[in-house]
Design a protein around this ligand. Structure first.
Ligand SMILES: [Zn+2]
Length: 392
């Protein structure tokens, strides 16, 4: 499959392209794809029959394997642990995500996360961060598991302090456009080049339209961050589905959305306007049971359902993005290449990652090699920046 030249650096990777099944040989130099040629070698080992795809990009990772990016005491070592664990799942780029908390907590944790972006080992996988909150709806249901006491109106001075703490690494903020001052806030965020996502909101069609006019471009985990009971005509889902200017991120873990919702969202948005996201939390990879999470009572069920007991809402997911790919393909019947696009090319385009998200000459060698057998995707090798970071 891949041949090492020195250390963990590799010079050549062979595999089958997902969209057309063509076997190729990809040459890599100094972490960059330099050549892609058809591979005409006759004998094929099992390894050479693996599929090859760009590394996955996950825009919402709250934590993983017992580590939570919003909790007190976060360390760079813990961020490394999460990053290495995500590599095993084929995720080569992700946005650590903070959920609503105190200004002090965010400032502290953003500084620690900023340190991780410059780390030699993992920095290449962390281009920046996603802030989910604190400028979201305080209404029960819409706020999800976000603690009401930390939810507040948009505050530019506070946001600038977060931006500074993050070393300028905030790539996206998810907010509620109906809050006082939110539309003006969106305009200012766009002037700074920050991606504005609508989420955990109960905005009207008119407000959603105005937010998009101001530059909002993403609907965060569409269908979630929403009350369990809503008006059949007037609710935040229809206008976000209807507006082609909004790319929707969706959590396809079989829990956050029904199969029917996934199929409907896919038909409404199309392959170019959807992003698969995991929204995984620290509970992903943990033992089922009852936990207390920053003051909230959480239940992790046997079948991987993370529930905020008091609010009776989902508190993020326990399923990594590779499983989301499997599910998307199974639920909609779309080709695997189409699901992959939603976890590679589409997010790369939204966040302006011009160096990754596709397999092309000149792009960074962020690649995954995997088996896809009877709907099961199994990652065999993960390469980031031309380095083998995981090998099964
Ligand atoms: Zn959320």
């Amino acid at each position: 499959m891949s041949f090492r030249d020195d250390g963990k650096n590799i010079a050549q990777v062979r595999g089958k392209l997902v969209h057309n099944g063509q076997r190729v040989s990809i040459s890599i130099s100094e972490g960059i794809i330099t050549d892609i040629t058809p591979d005409h070698a006759q004998e094929k080992s099992r390894e050479e029959n693996l599929f090859i795809a760009p590394g996955l990009i996950d825009n919402q990772v709250n934590g993983y394997m017992g580590i939570d990016f919003t909790e007190a005491g976060l360390t760079v070592e813990e961020i490394k642990k999460v990053t290495r664990a995500l590599w095993k799942k084929g995720v080569t780029t992700y946005l650590p995500t903070l959920i609503s908390n105190s200004p002090d907590r965010w400032t502290q944790n953003l500084k620690i996360l900023a340190g991780a972006t410059g780390d030699d080992e993992i920095g290449g996988s962390i281009p920046g961060f996603h802030l989910e909150g604190p400028y979201i709806s305080p209404q029960d249901g819409f706020r999800g598991t976000h603690d009401k006491k930390w939810i507040r109106k948009p505050d530019w001075t506070e946001f600038e302090a977060f931006m500074e703490a993050s070393g300028g690494h905030i790539l996206q903020i998810t907010l509620a456009p109906e809050l006082n001052g939110a539309l003006k806030f969106i305009r200012k965020l766009r002037e700074k080049g920050i991606i504005v996502a609508l989420g955990h909101h109960n905005a009207s069609s008119e407000i959603i339209g105005r937010a998009v006019n101001e530059g909002a471009s993403v609907a965060t985990h569409l269908g979630n961050g929403c009350a369990n009971f809503i008006h059949r005509h007037h609710n935040p889902l229809w206008p976000q589905l209807a507006d082609d200017r909004l790319t929707a991120s969706i959590i396809v873990d079989g829990r956050h959305l029904t199969n029917d919702e996934v199929r409907t969202f896919y038909k409404a948005k199309g392959a170019g306007n959807l992003i698969l996201t995991s929204d995984i939390t620290k509970f992903a990879g943990m033992q089922p049971g009852e936990y207390v999470w920053d003051g909230r009572k959480i239940q992790l069920t046997e079948d991987g359902y993370i529930r905020d007991v008091e609010q009776d809402v989902l508190a993020g997911s326990a399923l990594t993005l590779d499983k989301g790919l499997e599910n998307m393909t199974a639920f909609t019947g779309c080709p695997l290449a189409t699901s992959l696009r939603m976890a590679t090319q589409n997010p790369a385009k939204i966040y302006g990652f011009e160096d990754r998200g596709v397999i092309e000459e000149g792009k960074r060698a962020d690649l995954i090699l995997f088996d896809f057998d009877e709907g099961n995707l199994s990652i065999k090798q993960t390469i980031v920046n031309g380095n083998i970071v995981y090998h099964k």
